[in-house]
Design a protein around this ligand. Structure first.
Ligand code: GDP
Ligand code: MN
Length: 385
């Protein structure tokens, strides 16, 4: 048992220590002392991005160096699902880079949407309305045929088979998002959707990685398409290739999307709810012609062509092999599939279970992509040797 007197001295010593601590913290907020006491100093919280100019006593935020932004096509009702995603994206990556967000919608954004999304980031947020001519049904589409086909697709349980808004969404993501005026000033984009998850610290700049390595399209998940949504897509693509052979890159990646050098589509495609890519790929003459050609076939409405197969086919045909990249470092989930890096060193930065990763499951095409890459690398080395 402590004697009463001793207890008094201990309490006095503790109070003195706390006061001393407090005085040091208040008088010297930038010291490492304040860091350990108050948790983190301001500059530590923001890592390398908060630049203190001690002479002028100013603070500025470093922003990523690429002309790039996040693009989010979204409905007002998706607000809370997106806040959940945006919080992760900021915590895992963007608090260090401050890349801007461009939100697009076919109806005006609500004030609540703007307020609650802009509150989650220091970066700029912009909100754009999609012009009606980018969200319309072309005049020559026969709506009777569309309705009949939609009924049939519903009977066959094709996902979103009878949805017109979904068709608008797919057509917009295929052929129009990159023409929105809010994107004119950017070269690269990262597509993000509500409800997706980011599992790993991304402590490098993927946009600059693309730029420095001449990569123009990147993905994290690839899989097979439902054939019932694209019965005539490949025939249209073949027709385009015959008509415009000069647009097709010689060093292309057709072996990823075809098992017989382009005779048939093997249904492999990159899952485009995640994309980090070069906007100029879609703005190119080849792609604009390609989209226009497909759009005239009417398959976005008569069938239910997705932006994922169309983007993937275009990337595979118009780009060089090395210009398509798999971002293993970026742990990601869009229901029901996830990519979680297996490597032990990457796992240290993640909170996902690699056993749940879709990469090597039967329905994924990523194994095929990696094997082809491996094969080309070996061949390239042999050819050089
Ligand atoms: P899924 O991933 O194929 O199941 O399709 P989603 O329902 O996730 O839609 C893809 C993206 O487009 C999401 O970011 C949605 O928020 C957005 N989206 C889908 N339909 C509409 C729509 O009618 N209007 C707007 N503004 N966004 C939409
Ligand atoms: Mn989605």
């Amino acid at each position: 048992m402590l004697k009463r007197n001793n207890l008094k001295y201990i309490v006095l010593a503790l109070v003195t220590l706390v006061c001393f601590h407090w005085v040091l913290t208040v008088t010297n907020p930038k010291s490492s002392y304040s860091k350990s006491w108050s948790g983190l100093s301001e500059s530590e919280i923001n890592g390398e991005i908060l630049l203190q100019d001690d002479i002028n006593n100013t603070t500025s935020y470093q922003i990523g160096k690429a002309k790039a932004c996040f693009i989010i096509l979204i409905r007002n009702d998706d607000l809370h699902d997106f806040r959940w995603t945006m919080r992760q994206l900021e915590d895992r990556f963007n608090h260090k880079y401050n890349y801007p967000y461009v939100f697009l919608n076919d109806v005006p954004f609500t004030e609540e949407f703007k307020k609650l999304t802009s509150a989650l980031t220091k970066a700029k947020t912009e909100y754009g309305l999609i012009p009606p001519e980018h969200w319309n049904i072309p005049k020559d589409i026969d709506m009777e045929v569309v309705r009949k086909n939609m009924e049939q697709m519903k009977l066959e349980d094709v996902i979103y088979g009878d949805s017109i808004p979904y068709r608008h969404m797919c057509r917009f993501e295929t052929g129009f998002f990159f023409r929105h005026e809010l994107l004119d000033k950017y070269d690269y984009y990262w597509r993000v959707e509500p409800n997706v998850q980011f599992y790993c610290d991304i402590d490098f700049d993927p946009f600059m990685y693309l730029k420095e390595n001449d990569i123009r399209y990147s993905f994290v998940i690839s899989l097979y398409e439902y054939p019932k949504t694209i019965p005539t897509l490949w025939n249209s693509v073949k027709e385009f290739m015959e008509k415009y052979p000069d647009y097709i890159e010689k060093d292309n990646l057709v072996d990823f999307i075809s098992n017989d050098r382009g005779e048939n589509f093997n249904l492999c495609h990159f899952w485009s709810n995640f994309e980090i890519a070069d906007l100029n790929l879609w703005r190119s003459e080849a792609y604009m012609k390609f989209f226009d050609f497909l759009d005239r076939k009417g398959g976005f409405f008569y069938e239910r062509w997705g932006d994922a197969p169309v983007h993937s086919i275009a990337a595979a045909l118009f780009l060089k092999k090395h210009q398509i990249h798999f971002f293993n470092e970026i742990g990601y989930k869009h229901e029901p599939f996830m990519h979680c890096p297996e490597d032990a060193s990457l796992q240290l930065k993640c909170h996902c279970n690699p056993d749940d990763s879709f990469d090597f499951q039967g329905y994924s095409c990523t194994k095929r992509f990696l094997e082809l890459k491996e094969y080309w690398n070996v061949t390239a080395i042999k050819n050089r040797g």
